[in-house]
Ligand binder design. Structure first.
Ligand code: FEO
Length: 390
């Protein structure tokens, strides 16, 4: 499928309906790898797709031009979901690659680029492609050191690559076709792809806000047209840790003791009006949990102690959270144990590493199984937690 999104500018991307795991990030709705073709005095392709989707990509391009006639390929980002077809396209067309210094370096680490032609750009550089001009803005670490944005001033289009993306495979190509439900997909994407680098986002937003934009064309998901201001504001909120009065309780359990504690703490929090989400790790996608943590004030993690260690599922979750690095949360560790309590210390070590403010209480560890009075204490702790001002 191809779609003209503005006069002479086409979506020629591919839809990956079946992908369910994107480097550890669960993608229950699939994804797209969006490429855009600009037909001008020069034919320009902006980003490509994963290598296994080359046939679909070339099929779309071929509906509009002979792929041999590609003049430029803009590589906004070298991760293989966007650069995976560049080598084959260069072989066909001998197109010149437009990228930045880091992009060139990273391409050379994936491909044999010694015979490729490059134009190296940096923030503020412009390239005329005929009636239109492309401008470039570096956004390192959003998501790799090589990332950049490409802006077409005449058409008021920002080709944003990973920024503003969503992992959703759909027949719709624009935000308004999906409606406000698209923000949950964007939030999910932000939480799992961009959260580790969120401190860099305010500067990128400042640069984006300085542009006159009618379309934001990301490299995953739908194109932003109706909700441009809203998605920029949401990025600002997510990047600056604007939290809700919300607690995410994440646990796993061996004989239901830790589960009972989780539910008792939740009771106390809810009595005080805190929004609560509870997830048993072994039954929930890690990515889904991370999306809920994005705007939560409290993160509570529970684990039984197993042979002086964490319950394995909890260990897996903590490794994922340590990698995604949510910041500025209030952290609570809890759990049951038999003869030696070790799990909560390991959870607190991760909290410390992330700079969480830790709240502790002796009721948060229970031997074997919590009795009625232990659960009452957990409930009371939940109430106190809701009132703590840190
Ligand atoms: Fe969509 Fe960082 O690649």
């Amino acid at each position: 499928m191809v779609l003209e999104i503005k006069n002479g500018i086409y979506w020629v991307g591919v839809i990956d309906w079946e992908i369910r795991d994107f480097h550890g990030y669960g993608t229950p709705y699939g994804s797209t790898y969006n490429s855009y073709l600009i037909k001008d005095k020069k034919n320009v392709l902006i980003d490509t797709a994963k290598d296994y989707m080359f046939n679909e990509l070339i099929y779309g391009i071929s509906k509009l031009i002979d792929p041999k006639d590609l003049d430029y390929i803009v590589v906004n980002h070298v991760e293989k979901d966007h650069s995976g077809c560049v080598d084959k396209l260069v072989e066909i067309s001998n197109a010149t690659i437009i990228t930045n210094e880091k992009g060139k370096e990273h391409l050379s680490l994936y491909y044999d680029t010694k015979d490729w032609d490059f134009v190296i750009v940096d923030t503020g550089d412009e390239i005329s492609i005929g009636d239109r001009t492309l401008k470039f803005i570096r956004t390192p670490m959003l998501h790799w050191p090589d990332n950049m944005l490409t802006y077409c001033e005449e058409e008021k289009i920002l080709f944003s690559n990973d920024a503003f993306g969503q992992h959703i495979a759909s027949s719709e190509r624009f935000d308004y076709e999906i409606g406000e439900g698209i923000f949950e997909h964007a939030k999910d994407y932000f939480a799992n792809i961009l959260m580790p680098y969120k401190m860099l986002i305010p500067d990128a937003i400042k640069a984006v806000k300085s542009l006159d934009i009618e379309l934001i064309c990301p490299s995953h998901g739908v194109i932003w047209r109706e909700y441009i201001n809203e998605i920029i504001e949401k990025y600002n909120d997510w990047a600056t840790n604007k939290t809700k009065n919300k607690a995410v309780i994440v646990y796993d359990t061996m004989y239901n003791s830790t589960k009972k504690m989780a539910h008792a703490i939740a009771e106390g929090l809810m009595e005080k009006g805190v929004e609560v989400k509870i997830y048993r790790i072994s039954e929930t996608s890690l990515s889904r949990i991370m999306t809920e943590i994005l705007d939560a004030k409290y993160v509570l993690i529970g684990s039984p102690t197993v042979n002086r260690n964490l319950y394995p599922e909890v260990g897996k979750f903590l490794a994922y959270m340590d990698c995604i690095r949510p910041l500025d949360k209030i952290g609570v560790a809890f759990g049951s144990y038999g003869w030696m309590e070790c799990a909560t210390e390991k959870i607190k070590n991760i909290f410390e590493n992330l700079g969480f403010k830790i709240v502790d209480d002796e009721c948060l560890t229970v031997r074997f199984a919590p009795k009625e009075e232990d659960l009452k204490k957990c409930c009371e702790f939940g109430k106190r937690l809701a009132d703590i001002d840190l």
